[in-house]
Design a protein around this ligand. Structure first.
Ligand code: ATP
Ligand code: MG
Ligand code: MG
Ligand code: MG
Length: 575
């Protein structure tokens, strides 16, 4: 590719609402363009990254024996009614009507449609197992779209669905996907951890998340360095709050801690799923009298992103504000959160606002659930792939240094970005939709299912979160928009430079290297800054001075300070 015939458009500054590094750099590098909240155009430079991620996924899905198809984005509501998700899903499900007033959804995931395919197509045990997958646009009307492509509303997901005769078979299919995911994220070149996503009651092996380790992550992983134990504490946390009124109350009370520990409490208790899906944070200070009876509890409600959220408060979306809430004073906010409101997560530059109120424990419970009424269905239950029972909260109170549940050491905590998720579904969908097959005895049996997602577009953001510096992105080679950039100095003026650059470009291309030649004739500083921002892993600079010795200059994006002079004729081999 030659830069002039491609499209490059970089920015010096990121927009003020870009809250994490990956979002800032993707916008500045001209990879994405925001169209609406959580909705982005993938510009040519960004699309190359997405296509490479898709390519790796496609190869590994094929290798695992899964079969690609393509299911529609727009799906009839009837199917969603069959599984009950039409009611259950909540406002995250985008519902639309056609001209005949019929209901449709924009798919957030495809269990219904794929189960409909299976019930029509699969008749006999001889056709099983089978795993259908696609890469398709998803829409989830996320309450808090943020972090650029990492929590978009429209995004691209690879989703796969396995169909088996029995649970044992489903276990084999699950393991195949688990292994494929290991290969996919290793090949992409990410530091990641596969963690148990369903802790406790349901048995640990039926849902795993693949988490990219990064501080900007919204999830918290508890892992044991001395064994392979690793789990996301998000699910347990979210369910403890949202799983039921009694539970919420109990949890809040149990965790009540006075004053200066509030920061830790918020982060540990609510800083994970809660923060990303609802706007408010609730916490209680310990209030019991000498007899141990509960006193009115203090609630602190933290509204992130003051300007936006306040509008909603004023519009009355948080009715609790009327009875007993008031805005906290600056001093109170400071006292509650010290000098580090950033502890609550990467919330951008804007100010936070806290609201204080004195309420009873009962109010508190109501508040906790009431404030989440909208998010209630989807938070912590993973988009209606509802676990049959509220999960027991093994990790509810986990802190670093606690004993690992496997008894093999102590737990450590780290932040992660969920890039993939494998689920055992059992007959959760096949039963209500009557997707059955005839077994060897001619008896109808419900198909055992599993589902497996990867956030294709989120992977791009996660890779940047994991690897960048103050100049820009440092892509792993596997998903970089280009592997090598040739930067000629005075391309149009120096015959020698042009000749060498063109020849090198042609030979790299002939070797199958994904190379771009920057023929834009820009000042070297500006040209270098562009490619450092864009994050191409290998750079070759060609200038008259080096050519005098028959040399070009090579630099690795990971270590720009170290430049190596390479004989021109050896450059291809060197790269
Ligand atoms: P999260 O906990 O981050 O909201 P999820 O558990 O709701 O994700 P799944 O239903 O497991 O997501 O979907 C499979 C994958 O799709 C996730 O592992 C993630 O990589 C990706 N994904 C989910 N929501 C989004 C989003 N809003 N933007 C981009 N990718 C997403
Ligand atoms: Mg999740
Ligand atoms: Mg989600
Ligand atoms: Mg998930």
């Amino acid at each position: 590719m030659r830069a002039r015939s491609f499209f490059i458009s970089t920015l010096k500054e990121a927009p003020a609402d870009a809250d994490v590094v990956s979002q800032q750099y993707m916008i500045r590098a001209g990879m994405i363009k925001k169209l609406a909240a959580g909705v982005y155009t993938y510009m040519p430079m960004g699309l190359r990254v997405i296509r490479k991620i898709e390519g790796i996924i496609r190869e590994e899905m094929n290798r695992a024996g899964a079969v690609e198809l393509l299911m529609p984005i727009v799906q009839p509501a009837e199917l969603w009614m069959e599984t009950g998700r039409w009611e259950k899903y909540g406002p995250e499900l985008l519902r639309i009507k056609d001209r005949h007033d019929r209901d449709f959804v924009i798919q957030p995931t495809s269990e219904e449609v794929v189960t409909d395919v299976a019930r029509q197509e699969i008749k006999s045990w001889r056709q099983l197992p089978v795993n259908f997958w696609h890469i398709q646009t998803k829409f989830r009307d996320e309450r808090r779209p943020r972090f650029g492509v990492m929590r978009g509303r429209e995004f691209t997901m690879k989703d796969a669905y396995s169909f088996d005769r029995d649970e044992a078979g489903a276990g084999v299919s699950y393991q195949k996907m688990y292994d494929a995911y290991q290969r996919i994220f290793s090949r992409i070149g990410l530091l990641f951890r596969a963690v148990r996503a369903d802790t406790g009651a349901i048995g640990g092996s039926r849902s795993h998340e693949f988490q990219v380790i990064a501080n900007a992550g919204e999830d918290v992983i508890a892992y044991c360095p001395d064994s392979d134990y690793a789990a996301n504490i998000e699910l347990a946390e979210a369910q403890s709050v949202l799983g039921g009124r009694g539970e919420a109350k109990e949890t809040l009370e149990k965790r009540a801690t006075p004053g200066q520990e509030k920061c830790e409490l918020v982060s540990e208790y609510l800083g994970i799923d809660f923060l990303k899906c609802i706007k408010s944070v609730v916490l209680a200070a310990d209030r019991t009298n000498e007899k141990g009876e509960p006193l009115p509890a203090k609630i602190v409600l933290v509204l992130l992103r003051a300007d936006h959220e306040l509008n909603e408060v004023k519009a009355g979306h948080i009715p609790e504000l009327k009875d007993g809430f008031r805005f906290a004073t600056d001093e109170e906010i400071l006292a509650a959160f010290g000098s580090k409101p950033g502890y609550l997560g990467p919330i951008g530059a804007r100010e936070d606002v806290a609201i204080y109120a004195d309420l009873t424990a009962a109010d508190m419970t109501d508040f906790c659930c009431g404030a989440n009424e909208e998010g209630y269905h989807y938070t912590g239950a993973n988009f209606g792939r509802d676990l049959p029972e509220p999960v027991k909260m093994d990790l509810r109170n986990v802190v670093e240094g606690d004993a690992s549940p496997d008894g093999k050491g102590t737990l450590k905590l780290q932040r992660g970005i969920e890039v993939g998720h494998v689920f055992f579904l059992g007959t959760r969908y096949s039963e209500p939709m009557q997707a059955t097959f005839l077994d060897e005895n001619g008896k109808p049996q419900p198909i055992q299912m599993g589902c497996y997602g990867i956030g294709v577009t989120r992977v791009a953001g996660a890779a940047i979160e994991q690897c960048h510096d103050d100049k820009g992105i440092i892509w792993p080679e596997s998903i970089a928009p280009f592997e090598v950039v040739i930067c000629p100095m005075n391309y149009s003026k120096s015959e020698e430079v042009k000749k060498t650059a063109d020849a090198l470009y042609e030979s790299l291309k002939a070797e199958g290297v994904d190379v771009i030649l920057d023929d834009r004739d820009m000042r070297p500083g500006v040209m270098f800054a562009d490619w450092e921002l864009i994050g191409v892993p290998h750079r070759i600079v060609i200038g008259d001075r080096g050519l005098k010795n028959g040399e070009v200059e090579y630099a690795d994006r990971r270590n720009l300070a170290e430049k190596t002079m390479v004989k021109t004729e050896e450059a291809v081999a060197f790269v």
